[in-house]
Design a binder for this molecule. Sequence first.
Ligand code: ARG
Length: 472
Amino acid sequence: MSATSKPWGGRFEHSVDAFTEQFGASLPVDKRMAEQDIRGSIAHARMLAAQDIIPVVDAEAIVEGLSQVHREIADGSFCFDIADEDIHMAVERRLIDIVGSVGGKLHTARSRNDQVALDARLYAKDAALRLAEAVNALRSTLIARAQEHLGVVMPGYTHLQKAQPVLFSHHMLAYSWMLSRDMMRVRHAFDAADVLPLGSAALAGTTFPLDRQAVADALGFSAVSANSMDSVSDRDFLLDITYACAVAQVHLSRLCEELILWSTEEFGFITVDDAWSTGSSIMPQKKNPDFAELVRGKTGRVVGDLTSLLVTFKGLPLAYNKDMQEDKEPAFDAIGTLADSLRAVEGMVSTMRVNVDAMRVGAAGGFMAATDLADYLAAHGMPFREAHGVVGKLVLACEREGRTLQQLTLEELKAASPVFGEDALTSVDLDAIVARRVTAGGTGHERVAEQLTQAREALETDAAWLVERLAE
Ligand code: ARG
């Protein structure tokens, strides 16, 4: 296409360079916003007619034409041509093909600057709902696995060294809370996108008597932007959703790291289902947790997406700058990667076999009763620092002799400190250690049962929010 035949070609004398046509195009990326673009254009055309800016028959022809473009894109017959530069021009070009020059009235009182901001906001809102659904599905699975294995004891770690025994359910629920915070960020990203920029035109507003509120109502926006310059150059909502994706992806990466460790022969706490594992091309015995590794690996790109967006906007003067065209690729990538990763992790967690016995064996090692022995002494009046020293010596002795704390006799305990009484031996029992952690949020059985209820309630609240938005 020569420059003079471009929609903006009026003031140009020479054709555009073939390479710059490719270089400047965003169509390969922004064609994913076709549905949003058409939805926005239909609302705009109807409002133009309602405000007597264009005749009703023209608006009807435009809406008709746009519906056909939508069908062509949906059934794959639409011909995407890089010469169109972006999805906005591609849709408009085809509209004019279909309905004739009346299609040219659609862009009255509109700029691609407010149009692209609108499309991206509609896309971000849709994406936030899709992500919310996937986040909730994984939360629900984590809660179900926690419920299924109530009472199963496993080692809890700090520094990846055995620390204190915990309930497997407690460990699963920890991730459900991370995801509930992810949901909070996704909800915020939805709200951040929920403001109509259309009507800002290029940067200063327009001379036509638009009814922006009517467009906001038609498209389901809660508010109309207050400053036209801000609204054509604001991409905070993309930063918000990409940040939400980056944090959630980091959470998934941490969970996947544990699934990878737990499925090693050394840990053996879980067995990843065959459907979520792959073999080796040379080693016949291998079963690798590839998909957990991939989720962990993809975290790098999502974090990169966030960095890329932040840096793109650093130093941009008001209002629209072409740099901003670089906003969609990272945002779309972060959203798509997180959506796929959530699905993969949900699949792995829901199908993994939990090896209850291996967890219990693991929990018996590592002198994990040490804190409880020290607590025993402290509860009987010994300053905790002193108690820490007494038990430290017992651990050292056991380690030298290859024994566990549970194998110590009452006499040996009493020899270490006369404060130890008959009941000291029961304080080292694994289940008793767990049961004793009754502080709110602790791993004690009743606390975990309460936590399950809280986690379910939090999930229900977020599910209700989602149902409400999906119904809009
Ligand atoms: N493809 C452009 C983008 O994604 C649309 C807006 C173009 N506006 C302009 N004045 N060139 O940012």
